[in-house]
Design a protein around this ligand. Structure first.
Ligand code: DAH
Length: 336
């Protein structure tokens, strides 16, 4: 009797050996990558198990089922130990990571005092939000101005008496620190065509002696609308809906007044805590101002208004002295 090239016993031994080495090396694997290499080496398409099964065809048919059954058991066992090792390695990895990233939630934190928005900025933000809601855009201008933008273009020539109320700090080169935000009206109109819906906040300066209601450095917000067919009614409606947002439904009155750059002009008062309080100046843009920026006053009309941020802040928060707003006293600032 000639013995076959490969006999059952030889293949069974190969399977047993394979099982022994596979399980030993899987148990010893140090990483998930290494484990994957073992899986491919033992169970992969070109792995050792495949090689043994490939040789099965050379067995007498009667022996094949037995070898097939053995191979399946081996495969299941190797797979089970791969899976087990995989879970063990993953758990170890997570535990190592947790150990490395330990967060001691009982450790005292580092205290950083919480900052807050200054009441002047908060008022400014509130007013800006209201006008943004009405379709206005925000622009700004320089704090150091020329005489032309601060006065002349606003219909206030050199010998105009209205200049007396706005004495300011003059610079050696003839420029000055702006006395109001109205100068931004001119700068904005020079660079833009109607329709205009503008608000312009900013810091202003005057040679005022400081007291409870006056500061040499203060803040204003300018409002300007230019379009075809704007009338005093539009001005009143806009001012009224703005003031209602700020103060609620309080009585409002328009009082005739004078500004060189508006005609007619008015002051607006609101009744607040039983007293009439002046809160802003306004008027229809003087045709001379429109001419100065090259707009045709026969086609366009506009309204403008200006208000003091300090004034609004003081009224809203019942602050008795403007100087508190600049004192950086935390006992004061913490109340807002
Ligand atoms: N510029 C004026 C001031 O500082 C305030 C003002 C009044 C602005 C009337 C305006 C306005 O735009 O129409 O006293």
């Amino acid at each position: 009797m000639t013995s076959p090239v490969i006999d059952l016993a030889a293949l069974e031994k190969q399977l047993n050996d394979l099982q022994g080495t596979a399980i030993a090396s899987i148990t010893a694997a140090q990483s998930l990558e290494e484990l994957e290499q073992f899986r491919i080496g033992y169970l992969g398409k070109k792995g050792q198990l495949s090689a043994i099964l490939g040789a099965m065809g050379k067995l007498p048919p009667a022996d094949r089922p037995r070898l097939g059954a053995l191979a399946n058991i081996l495969k299941d066992e190797v797979q089970a130990s791969l899976e087990q090792k995989k879970v063990a390695l993953q758990t170890a990895q997570i535990e190592a990571q947790l150990a490395a990233e330990t967060l001691d939630v009982t450790m005292p934190g580092c205290y950083r005092p919480q900052g807050r928005i200054h009441p002047l900025n908060a008022t400014m933000d509130r007013i800006i939000d209201i006008f943004i809601g009405l379709g206005y855009i925000v622009d700004e201008g320089p704090e150091m101005e020329t005489d032309y933008y601060n006065f002349q273009a606003l219909n206030t020539p050199e010998d105009h008496p209205a200049r007396d109320m706005q004495d300011t700090f003059y610079l050696p080169d003839g420029n000055l620190l702006r006395t109001h935000t109205s100068s931004i009206q001119i700068r904005h109109m020079e660079l833009n065509d109607p329709p205009i819906r503008l608000i312009a906040p900013g810091r202003c300066f005057r040679r005022d002696t400081e007291d409870a209601t006056h500061a040499a450095v203060f803040h204003q917000l300018e409002i300007l609308a230019v379009d075809e067919g704007l009338t005093f009614t539009d001005l009143k409606g806009t001012v009224k809906s703005f003031l209602m947002e700020i103060f609620g439904d309080v009585p409002i009155r328009f009082r005739a007044s004078y500004f060189p750059f508006t005609e007619p002009s008015a002051e607006v008062d609101v009744e607040w805590n039983g007293r009439w309080l002046e809160v802003m100046g306004c008027g229809m843009v003087d045709p001379n101002v429109l001419k100065n920026v090259g707009y045709d006053p026969e086609i366009y009309s506009g309204f403008a208004a200006g208000l003091g941020i300090e004034r609004f802040t003081m009224v809203l928060h019942q602050i008795d002295d403007i100087r508190r707003l600049y004192s950086s006293d935390l006992r004061f600032l913490h109340q807002f």
